[in-house]
Unconditional design. Sequence first.
Length: 353
Amino acid sequence: MPDVVDLRSDTVTSPTPAMRRAMAEAEVGDDWYGDDPTVNRLQERAAELTGKEAAIYVASGTMANQIALHQFVRSGHFVVCEATAHVTSTEMHSSAVLSGIAFHPLAAAARGQLMPDQVAEALQPDPYEVEVVDLVEVENTHQVGGGSVMAIDDLRGIRKAAQEAGVPVYMDGARLFNAVAASGTPAHEFAAETDALMFCLSKGLGAPIGSVLCGPDDFIEEARRSKILFGGAWRQAGVIAAAGLVALEEGPGRLVQDHVHARRLADGIAEATPEAIDPTSVETNILFVDTAAVGHGAWEVSHLLRDEGVWSNVVAGKIRFVTHRDVTAADIERTVTVWRSLTTGWATSGGDA
């Protein structure tokens, strides 16, 4: 659609010409039998990047998470995670239906980031031996936390607390490579502090479809069975895995530009409405704008932005903007101009839209 700046999510990108060529020319087999060579190459590359023994390619981040939770957590047992984590908000119903899992949510002090002492306390045994925790889950970057990055030292502390309690650690790394780009910590160092993790190819990396779940050989072998159980068996999946391989080669190196665009957008919004956002909180490609600070509801503002050709989303009661490969510097400046125009109009009209 022409004249639209689509900042709803980093899932809205179109495949690059290189991805389309790779998809058209992909060597394929039947992935149910494990003989699609392009899928196998993608899985091997994902395992190599994360330092894990093996990996499995699935349709979505939710599927990867649900397979992992199904394997780690016994029905009726608990997952310790941050209160606004994707697994305990968007995916909670999936876990209930598929695996009978419950959650022990912990409220982070800031930006969705759990601290080791919180986790250690949550892992103390229930004196009545009723509530049993089977897993600690972390999210990196943390979406509702504003794309915040978990510091590697904090992750190491969480890992230590979990090991002392005999509990595994799983990472929802949907935007893992944004965390890598922002922190300088390699993917394999984050992964080393987990028993298993997943990352999405179809977010910042820009592939059209898919996520990869990574872990030990025996874990991934069982994940293959769970994938089939959950209806995730697919056939000549190399057609889309080919785009994932391109995304893994092209994507990580350019994520810093998305972060630059997000910070510029935050700065521009703050210049017009300082109370709506703190630009220093923007670490990666996600920013949240508090429209209550300017006297309007988030959905109302989202609709007004859309009328001006700027598409956003509403998450946790705030406007969410997500930068990505298809957003240019000119798009960011246009968005800043639209925001400034709207907020100037509110100021001169006494707050009425």
